[in-house]
Design a protein around this ligand. Structure first.
Ligand code: F6R
Length: 258
C-alpha cells in the first residue's frame, strides 16, 4: 500500500509501506529509463548516493542485471560525494562502498564511473571540482539524481550554509553529520572533517531527483524540508524549487508530515 500526494510546493511525495517497497518503485523507474535508452542506443546518466538508504535500491538494480538481463554498458554514473583524505582502498571510502554495493556486480564500464577523488591534493581541489562539473555537462547532464537526506538537512554533503548556487567543491562536515557517521568509523575522531560534494545547483540541474528516506530518525527533517521556505540553513529545502523531484518515504519517515 502506498499513497501519493503533492506538498504545497512542486515536490511529489510517495509514501510506501517500507523501504523495500519504496526501493522497488525507485528501481523500476531507473530500470525503465535504462532500458528505454539502451533500446535507443543512448546513454543513461545517473547521479548516485551512498549511505545506508540506497543499499536496497542497488540490490534491486543488481537483481535486474542478473535476472532480467539489464545491461549497464551504456550507463554513466556520477557520485554525489566522497570523504577527503580517504584513499579509494579505505573500507569507508565511498569509492569502496559503491564498488562493493553496486559496481562490482554489474556490467558497467569502469571508465563511466565517476566518484570524487578523496585523495586530490588540497591545492588542486578547486580545479578538480570544476572538472567534475564539466564532466557531468559533457556527459549530457544527469537524467536521475538519487539523494538521501542527513539530519542536518544536507543533500550530498551540502551542509547548512550551502547556497542554492553552490557547485562541486570542498566542504567541512557538520558536527551532527560526523556524529551520525561515528558508528561506522568506530568513533567520531576517525570521521573525516572534510569532503568533496556536488553542489546544490549541480543537484538541481538533474532532470529528475528522487529523494529516499526511511525510518523515524528522518521524520523531522523530511517534514521541515517540505515546510520551510527554501533556505541555505536547510539545503534540502531547495528541492522545492525543482520541477521534477519525488520523495520516496516509508511510513516512519512520513510520520511528521501533516
Ligand atoms: C551520501 C550522501 C549523504 C547521505 C545522507 C543520508 O552520498 O550524500 O547525503 O545520503 O547522509 O545517509 P544515510 O542514508 O546513511 O542515512
Amino acid at each position: 500500500m502506498n499513497s501519493e500526494s503533492r506538498s504545497s510546493q512542486k515536490i511529489k511525495i510517495v509514501t510506501c509501506q517500507d523501504a523495500d517497497e519504496a526501493s522497488e518503485r525507485v528501481a523500476r523507474k531507473v530500470i525503465s529509463l535504462i532500458r528505454e535508452r539502451n533500446e535507443a542506443s543512448r546513454p543513461t546518466v545517473l547521479g548516485l548516493a551512498t549511505g545506508s538508504t540506497p543499499i536496497l535500491l542497488y540490490k534491486k538494480l543488481i537483481q535486474a542485471h542478473r535476472e532480467e538481463g539489464l545491461s549497464f554498458k551504456n550507463v554513466i554514473t556520477f557520485n554525489l560525494d566522497e570523504y577527503l583524505g580517504l584513499d579509494k582502498s579505505h573500507p569507508k571510502s565511498y569509492w569502496h562502498f559503491m564498488h562493493s554495493q553496486l559496481f562490482n556486480h554489474i556490467d558497467i564500464d569502469p571508465e563511466n564511473i565517476h566518484i570524487p577523488d578523496g585523495n586530490v591534493p588540497e591545492d588542486s581541489v578547486s580545479e578538480y571540482c570544476k572538472d567534475y562539473e564539466a564532466c557531468i555537462e559533457t556527459a549530457g547532464g544527469l537524467d536521475i539524481q538519487i539523494v538521501g537526506i542527513g539530519r542536518t538537512g544536507h543533500i550530498g554533503f551540502n551542509e547548512p550554509g550551502s547556497t542554492v548556487d553552490s557547485i562541486t567543491r570542498m566542504v567541512t562536515l557538520d558536527p551532527l553529520t560526523r556524529k551520525d557517521a561515528a558508528h561506522s568509523f568506530g568513533g567520531e575522531a576517525a570521521v573525516p572533517t572534510h569532503a568533496i560534494t556536488m553542489g546544490v545547483s549541480t543537484i538541481l540541474k538533474s532532470r529528475s531527483i528522487y529523494l529516499l528516506a526511511w525510518g523515524a530518525a528522518k521524520a523531522e527533517i523530511v517534514a521541515k524540508t517540505l515546510k520551510v521556505d527554501p533556505t541555505d540553513m536547510l539545503p534540502a529545502s531547495f528541492l522545492q524549487q525543482h520541477e521534477a523531484t519525488t520523495f520516496f518515504v516509508d511510513h516512519a519517515a512520513a510520520s511528521a508530515l501533516n
